[in-house]
Design a protein around this ligand. Structure first.
Ligand code: CDP
Length: 250
């Protein structure tokens, strides 16, 4: 099993990134139990949340890899720890929406739950000081966050990710309402999907009831967010995967 060298490279709002002994092109990403929302205005620590998010992210990255999408993910080493390729991250939050909800309803005259076909894609600047403002192509290129060619590629890959994950999740009874992803460059300069895809960063609705199985439960100040994430784990993992990671004992 890969040993974590106790050298913390980076700590974010819900994940820590550690160096891997003797392997500079790899990192261990540890998913913590911390949860934040409302631009840091609501915070909590919820037991098991980190492991559930790591298990769900790992599964969705595996599904994407099977469909030819390059990801940072190598393997899970513990239920809450992911061995990953080290990436030079692009400070963009790429948001893709299939249904109008959340900030889209607060900011624009969309109808509640309006279907978005084609999906709406948006780029936010990952920058706490500026509170993650929305960008457009000319601001992104002027700030040298990415080139136009890289942005075009990011859009293309994000459309593929949306198609693959929407299909995978609807087969499990979940609607992929929207999601946020991040990209980076690996040691060879290749554009790769990084970060996580979990109920912290997506909206997942029960296909029958339209109930939330995502961070909106926490944003609304309601109870049951970890139970909802647990349900997503049970829906997306196979029985073998659940046994392997002893999901019921986490
Ligand atoms: O969550 P809120 O309504 O403020 O933002 P949104 O723009 O409607 O979020 C769209 C999607 O991106 C949701 O699935 C969010 O969970 C996700 N997101 C995220 O993971 N991190 C952010 N900083 C912003 C959005």
């Amino acid at each position: 099993m890969t040993e974590i060298k106790k050298e913390l490279l980076y700590t974010g709002k819900a994940k820590d990134v550690y160096k891997v002994d003797g392997e500079d092109d790899k990192v261990i990403i540890k998913f913590r139990d911390d949860i934040t929302a409302l631009d840091g205005g609501r915070k909590d620590t919820l037991s098991k949340k980190g492991a559930y998010n790591a298990l769900i992210s790992a599964k969705l990255f595996e599904v994407l890899e099977e469909h030819g999408v390059a990801t940072q993910y190598i393997k899970l080493v513990e239920p809450d720890q992911m061995l990953s390729k080290s990436l030079d991250m692009i400070p963009l939050e790429v948001i893709c929406r299939n249904i109008a909800t959340g900030s889209l309803l607060r900011k624009y005259p969309f109808h509640k739950n309006q279907k978005l076909e084609p999906p709406v894609m948006q780029f936010d600047y990952k920058n706490d000081v500026y509170h993650d403002p929305m960008l457009n192509d000319s601001i992104i290129t002027a700030l040298e966050i990415a080139t136009q060619e890289q942005l075009d590629k990011i859009r293309e890959i994000t459309h593929v990710i949306n198609k693959v994950l929407s299909k995978f999740l609807i087969d499990k009874g979940l609607i992929l309402v929207d999601f946020k992803i991040e990209f980076g460059f690996d040691k060879d300069g290749k554009l790769v999907l990084g970060d996580e895809i979990s109920p912290d960063t997506t909206r997942l609705w029960d296909a029958e009831t339209l109930d939330n199985f995502d961070k909106d439960i926490f944003r609304k100040g309601e109870e049951g967010v970890v139970d909802a994430y647990h349900k997503v784990v049970n829906l997306v993992l196979t029985d073998e995967e659940k046994d392997k990671w002893n999901v019921e004992k986490i």
